[in-house]
Design a protein around this ligand. Structure first.
Ligand code: ADP
Length: 353
């Protein structure tokens, strides 16, 4: 198409088409009259013929093109809007004066961009699912393999050996507990991710809740000679608004980690800070710490710096991932700072009541 017609509106195109066809017909009539001599037309008559042909062809073309464009656009809309064309979309909606093709072009491009984004999202989700299933089966494999080993050894004769039979059964039992812990953590993650976890937001005293968690973990802490305490000057009572039971789980996970990865004979300190609109809670230990390379990954599911140490301590590698999910569900933050070999501090925010 000639460049001059490139950016024309349908109305302008109709005009040019009608103008050229009426000019052609008028010239044809003029030529016929001159050649045959059968009729002689005055210039006025010719002008009238030209005008009449122009008006008739303009109107004809105008409505034909409008209908034609309407049909085409309707088809495009049907495809891109998944058959949900606005019910008031009628032929007279086609604005013949505007550059309707540019509009449609833009709309189709927008639609294509949205679809590409959607596909990317789906692709990401599929990768996440694949990885998740891979991680889960990998994690389940070790305890299942261990249980299988102990049972087979017992069946192969060890059952009659009083030196080892109870020991092997106990070890198999430990691995079953591990399986149970993994499945329970997975269930918790699944609940949060699928939005099934309904937060029961209530006001409560966060210092009192921490006291309860300290009491529950006292024995575990004593086993490693770790002292659970509050930081001086940051141990006031504060009322917060949150889901108490899930915050209890967060505190349990963080304090438990401070015991598992703390130094024997060390100290876990919890502190509370009033930050105007929220309360900052910190759990600090003076344990093994995390290297800067590992630090960004501690909230990833199944991530452990030292797999065997985590396993021996009954860890699933899901604890911090659950903590992060719970804090995100509260629309609050969780972060960590750590110096390798010196200790770690996990900080989280809570809405002030
Ligand atoms: P796990 O069940 O292994 O404890 P978590 O999700 O709770 O899983 O923690 C992930 C990893 O982060 C742990 O395996 C450990 O390597 C590291 N980590 C967590 N808390 C601490 C801490 N207080 N000090 C040092 N390392 C920690």
């Amino acid at each position: 198409m000639a460049p001059m017609f490139k950016n024309q509106s349908p109305q302008q195109l109709t005009f040019w088409a009608s103008l050229s066809s009426s000019a052609a017909i008028t010239i044809l009539i003029l030529v016929l009259s001159k050649l045959t001599g059968l009729f002689d037309l005055s210039w006025i008559a010719l002008a009238l013929v030209f005008g009449l042909v122009f008006v008739v062809s303009f109107l004809g073309n105008y409505f034909f093109i409008r209908y034609y464009i309407f049909r085409k656009i309707k088809l495009i809309y049907k495809i891109i809007h998944r058959h949900k064309l606005p019910t008031d979309f009628k032929a007279d909606k086609v604005k013949m004066g505007d550059n309707i093709f540019d509009e449609i072009d833009e709309e189709v491009n927008q639609w294509a961009r949205a679809r590409t984004r959607e596909l990317d999202e789906l692709e990401k989700l599929a990768t996440y699912r694949r990885q998740f299933i891979g991680d889960v089966s990998h994690e389940l494999k070790t305890p299942i393999f261990n249980i299988q080993g102990f049972i087979h050894t017992l069946l192969d004769g060890a059952i009659d050996d009083p030196e080892v039979n109870i020991k092997y059964l106990k070890r198999a039992g430990k691995n079953i507990e591990r399986l149970q812990a993994i499945v329970e953590d997975l269930e918790t993650i699944n609940k949060i991710e699928s939005g099934q976890m309904i937060l029961d937001l209530r006001e409560f005293d966060i210092r009192e809740l921490t006291d309860e968690v300290f009491a529950d973990l006292e024995l575990k802490a004593r086993e490693r000679k770790i002292k659970l305490t509050y930081k001086e000057g940051a141990n006031q009572h504060f009322r917060v608004r949150a889901d108490k039971e899930s915050i209890r789980q967060v505190l349990i996970n963080l304090v438990q980690n401070s015991i598992k990865y703390g130094r024997e004979g060390g100290t876990t300190k919890v502190s509370f800070y009033d930050m105007a609109s929220y309360i900052l809670l910190e759990v600090s230990d003076n344990g093994i710490g995390v290297t800067p390379q590992d630090l960004p990954h501690v909230f990833d599911r199944f991530f452990r710096v030292d797999k065997s140490r985590s396993r021996d301590a009954g860890g699933t590698g899901l604890g911090l991932s659950i903590v992060k999910h719970i804090m995100e569900a509260h629309k609050q933050t969780i972060n960590v700072r750590s110096t390798y070999g010196q200790g770690s501090t996990f900080g989280l925010t809570l809405e002030k009541a």
